[in-house]
Ligand binder design. Sequence first.
Ligand code: HEC
Ligand code: HEC
Length: 215
Amino acid sequence: MHTKVDGSRRYSRARIAGLIALSLTLSTICAAATALRGDRSGEEVVAEVCGACHTTGVNGAPRIGDQAAWARRASQGLTVLTGHAITGIRNMPAHGGSPTVSDVEITRAITYMVNASGGHWIEPLPAGTKAARRTGEQIYKMQCSKCHETGVNGAPRPGDHAAWIPRLHNGADAAVASAVHGHGAMPARGGLADLSDEEIRDTMFYMFNYGASSK
Ligand code: HEC
Ligand code: HEC
């Protein structure tokens, strides 16, 4: 009985290790150009930097755990909050006052604080531990829906085949590459710096197939 449990655990550890190795390879390719310096988890960044004010609510900083305070902030969406935290807003200093905190780390720290305050956001994982690839649906709801749901600036809407088919005309790879680099009102990687090409592909197909019957 015990042996069996241990055995299957080892097996799944090996699989996870395989997935980590695979995603390491993928993220090395993807991150080669970005070369992220700071790659701490949201929890670490909050402990080292943001917590100085956000733990107790210095100067009116939304306190970690204060659901009402964070729900109001969170309604602006991760992209807007990240922008405010990077440039600073009112008594909130740019980069939380620590220029070494990378943009991705800020995204993670915000997600961490939102979730520690009753939110349900998905924390972007540190590069190399992306074993749990996020689903297209999760990514869509977290980020892409901001424009694609209502078709802001001509963003193709989920399930709108007439809008999607011409964009997939040159194949899925070309459409993914286009979304990776961004153009016009479509931000690079949909505005989520840590999104892998595979996740973009999954999300694109989620949008393309949205509402389609199985036949
Ligand atoms: C020196 C104190 C201080 C530190 C350190 C600090 N913050 Fe803040 N933060 C504030 C204050 C004050 C506000 C409220 C600003 C306002 O809305 O008037 C705030 C607000 C915010 C908001 C809400 C912005 C909005 O648009 O409503 C976010 C997000 C945020 N901080 C993220 C962070 C992150 C991430 C870090 C760490 C990297 C951090 N903060 C570190 C003081 C701080
Ligand atoms: C700020 C608004 C915005 C956000 C956020 C956004 N998109 Fe887009 N997206 C657009 C617009 C606008 C277009 C149409 C661009 C055009 O055709 O000129 C587009 C087009 C696309 C296309 C078609 C290929 C291309 O580049 O034209 C894909 C694929 C795509 N988006 C994927 C995503 C994914 C995946 C996300 C979330 C991770 C996302 N988008 C988030 C605005 C957005």
